[in-house]
Design a protein around this ligand. Structure first.
Ligand SMILES: [Zn+2]
Length: 143
C-alpha cells in the first residue's frame, strides 16, 4: 500500500507515519542483527588459542584464517619472529623459528621446529582449521 494513500485513508498525521516507519525500520535492522548473531557459526567466535605455549590471535575472511599472529603469553605483546637460522640452513631438521618478546627482556617465548615463519603460520592455521573441523576448539569470552 502506498504510504500517501495510507495517510489519507486513515488520516494518520504525517509526522506519526514517519515515526512509525522509522520504528519499523529500526526494529527490522535490530531483528536482522540479532538473527545474524544467533545464526553465526560458533567457530567464528573462536579467534584465539594457545599453541606451542604462545597466544595466537586471528580473524576470518569467509572461512579463511587471516591476520594470524602470535602474542606473548605473559604480557600480551606481539612477538618478534627470528627465522634467520631457517634461511641459513638447508637441513630441514635444523630449521626452527624462534619467538621473542622485547618487553619481557628479549626472552625467547617459544621455538617451533621445521621451518621459517611461513611454515609456522601455515602449520598453526592447519591446527586451527583442524580444531574447527573436529569441534575441539573453545571459545573464550572477552578479548
Ligand atoms: Zn612478554
Amino acid at each position: 500500500m502506498n504510504i500517501e494513500i495510507m495517510i489519507q485513508e486513515y488520516s494518520i498525521p504525517e509526522y506519526l507515519a514517519g515515526v512509525i516507519l522509522t520504528a519499523l525500520f529500526l526494529g527490522a535492522i535490530f531483528l536482522l542483527l540479532v538473527l545474524a548473531r544467533v545464526f553465526k557459526p560458533r567457530w567464528k567466535f573462536y579467534r584465539t588459542d594457545t599453541f606451542h605455549n604462545m597466544t595466537w590471535k586471528w580473524r576470518y575472511k569467509g572461512d579463511k584464517v587471516i591476520d594470524l599472529w602470535c602474542y606473548c603469553p605473559t604480557c600480551e605483546s606481539m612477538l618478534i619472529v627470528d627465522d634467520d637460522n631457517s634461511r641459513a640452513t638447508s637441513n630441514l631438521g635444523d630449521k626452527a623459528t624462534f619467538f621473542i618478546c622485547h618487553k619481557c627482556g628479549d626472552s625467547k617465548m617459544g621455538r617451533i621446529k621445521g621451518g621459517d615463519r611461513h611454515y609456522v603460520l601455515k602449520s598453526i592455521t592447519r591446527s586451527i582449521l583442524a580444531k574447527i573441523r573436529l569441534k575441539t576448539f573453545e571459545v573464550s569470552n572477552g578479548k
